[in-house]
Ligand binder design. Structure first.
Ligand SMILES: [Zn+2]
Length: 240
């Protein structure tokens, strides 16, 4: 890995702000208070569990923003816990809270497992970043260079199937510990696979399905149930 996690986090911070800017200028970020409340609550519970797994991540400037784009079925996470969720995922998948927790847990899993730093390394090494400057600046109006551009590109690059399996595994555990039913991991992916129409969800281009995804997740349910069934209140990380 040529991009360290620390530099990936710093670059992602700049990239995140820049990527959200065009939406923010159009008032397309977090503009549905009910949805915002729902997503922040679920994400806050998941982050609290993520911090238990990797305590140093309590110093991350965790963030989730909801992008009002009803045609895009997608979600992503950058290094340092900078995440985005597109309203298309809500509108087309119609996830329950348990299912939404699986999507967000999966994204947090990528961040915890440093997958974006890996992808940034690929982008830098292959000079995809350099080649894509023109495209990125034209299509997204991104004023990014170097590592920040690589961070922006990394969220558009596919994860490896191994990274997908790892994020699935972390995601279902975070969700169960945060009080969300692990059975929802299976129903989420079933729903996701059914969304078709003109094009498959963007989510699948960046999160390619590992072989037997649903079966693998189903096999994890028994060991997740004790976390899910634990009594008592669950901690919440305060997002704003
Ligand atoms: Zn993924």
């Amino acid at each position: 890995m040529i991009v360290s996690e620390d530099s990936a986090i710093a670059a992602s911070k700049t990239a995140y702000t820049e990527m959200l800017k065009p939406y923010a200028e159009k008032g397309e970020i977090d503009n549905d208070p009910v949805l915002k409340n729902r997503v922040y609550k679920i994400t806050g519970r998941l982050i609290a569990q993520a911090i238990k797994i990797r305590p140093e991540t309590k110093n991350w400037d965790w963030s989730i923003k909801i992008i009002d784009d009803p045609e895009t079925v997608n979600a992503w996470a950058m290094a340092g816990g900078k995440m985005a969720l597109y309203t298309g995922l809500i509108e087309k998948i119609k996830p329950s809270d348990d299912e939404l927790a699986q999507v967000l847990g999966h994204e947090i899993g990528h961040a915890l497992a440093k997958h974006s730093a890996e992808k940034m390394s690929v982008a830098m090494a292959s000079q995809v970043g350099v080649m894509a400057v023109g495209i990125a600046t034209k299509s997204n109006g991104l004023a990014l260079t170097g590592a920040s551009l690589a961070a922006a590109l990394a969220v558009q690059m596919p994860n490896s199937r191994a990274a997908e399996s790892e994020a699935d595994r972390i995601g279902i555990e975070l969700a169960a510990k945060a009080g969300y039913d692990p059975h929802a991991a299976v129903t989420l992916w079933e729903k996701m696979a059914k969304v078709g129409g003109k094009r498959p969800p963007e989510f699948f281009s960046t999160h390619p399905a590992p072989e037997h995804r649903e079966q693998k997740l189903a096999s994890l349910i028994p060991q997740m149930m004790p976390y899910y069934e634990q009594k008592g209140t669950r901690p919440v990380y305060n997002l704003n």
